[in-house]
Design a protein around this ligand. Structure first.
Ligand code: SF4
Ligand code: SF4
Ligand code: SF4
Length: 321
């Protein structure tokens, strides 16, 4: 019997999600035994024209990591969608925008200015910016165009399943492979993780204590038995889906929210703000001002992985910015 065909692709991605697949170690052989890998730019030398030549829906499973930020990424997402029976948003960037979507706090122009002209380690005395089309003696060179906004995969093409995490943990990858190979995939739209919040899975002692100040992780050595949030460290467990195996919590570090919002929560950042408001001692204006000052980079803290998937999706940019 023919093996199912598997494709893996990276869009606006750091490559960590591809490495996570390789991190399955010897289990990668099980995956290779179960499937024929027909496209995987990081590991195998197939080209786009090979995918274009495939018949519609001839790929059985496509694991797509990374957000969508350029015309090339959009084009390949649509191409893989056309060729794939099952499309999986793989990792926090594909599911929610992830770290690349923090760029939605600036305009594209401001981001280009910062990256290519202002960063101190840059050497770009002419202030050259990448151009979509460049004339060279040999002809015209073309680069993909960046969109104004970073988008999730589902904002560009329909998606059947979501595997969260930055990157997804190995046991979740193997769970997906197992569900697929045994024909036990849940109904389309499911998130392959827990339905509970991370706090529901966390065994740390919760005393319903109020906090009087917030600390950054380097400012305090936390008690490893007690809830980090109740010790004044912003832990996104109340606003984050469980299923990661409590990776950060077991290392005595707070959760940053890479599994995205739990079931029924539309906006992870807003949910986290509400959790913070309910645990902070005092509700007068001076206390609230103090609390706001203690949270360094609130936007990046509460929307570290979920800006593209949030209610706002991006910061509104005035014409003058
Ligand atoms: S989810 Fe994390 S590991 Fe995966 S591409 Fe995005 S930043 Fe990298
Ligand atoms: S806030 Fe963090 S440390 Fe506290 S119970 Fe939730 S996951 Fe555990
Ligand atoms: S603890 Fe939070 S940030 Fe860490 S892996 Fe789990 S969901 Fe992601």
């Amino acid at each position: 019997m023919a093996k199912p065909k598997l494709a893996l692709y990276w869009a606006a991605s750091c490559g960590g999600c591809d490495v996570a697949v390789l991190d399955t170690n010897e289990k990668i052989l099980d995956i290779a035994n179960l499937c024929d890998i027909v496209f995987w730019p990081i590991a195998i030398d197939f080209k786009y024209h090979h995918v274009r030549a495939m018949e519609a829906k001839s790929i059985d499973l496509c694991l797509f990591n990374g957000a969508i930020r350029s015309t090339e990424q959009e084009e390949i997402a649509k191409l893989l969608r056309e060729k794939s029976k099952v499309m999986v948003a793989f990792g926090a960037c594909a599911c929610f925008g992830g770290i690349p979507a923090l760029a939605n706090f600036a305009s594209r122009e401001a981001m280009m200015q910062r990256v290519y002209k202002e960063i101190p380690s840059n050497s770009n005395d002419d202030g050259t910016l990448p151009q979509v089309k460049t004339q060279v003696p040999e002809g015209e060179l073309e680069l993909p165009e960046l969109f104004e906004d970073v988008m999730t995969l589902e904002q560009v093409v329909p998606v059947e399943y979501f595997v969260p995490g930055c990157p997804p943990p190995v046991d979740l990858i193997m769970k997906l492979v197992d569900l697929y190979s045994t024909g036990k995939l849940p109904p389309a739209g499911a998130v392959i993780a827990s339905d509970k919040t991370l706090c529901d899975e966390c065994k740390r002692i919760k005393e319903e204590k109020k906090v009087t100040r917030f600390y950054r992780p380097h400012e305090i050595i936390p008690d490893p038995e007690k809830c980090l949030l109740e010790q004044g460290i912003i832990c996104c467990g109340p606003a984050t889906r469980g299923g990661c195996g409590l990776r950060c919590i077991e290392a005595n570090m707070p959760c940053r929210g890479c599994f995205g919002p739990p079931e029924g929560v539309a906006d992870q950042g807003a949910k986290m703000l509400s959790a913070i408001a309910s645990i902070y001692q005092g509700d007068d204006i001076e206390t609230i001002k103090k609390m706001v000052e203690e949270v360094v980079d609130p936007a990046g803290t509460f929307y570290r992985f979920g800006m593209a998937d949030s209610t706002l999706k991006r910061k509104r940019i005035r014409k003058s910015e």
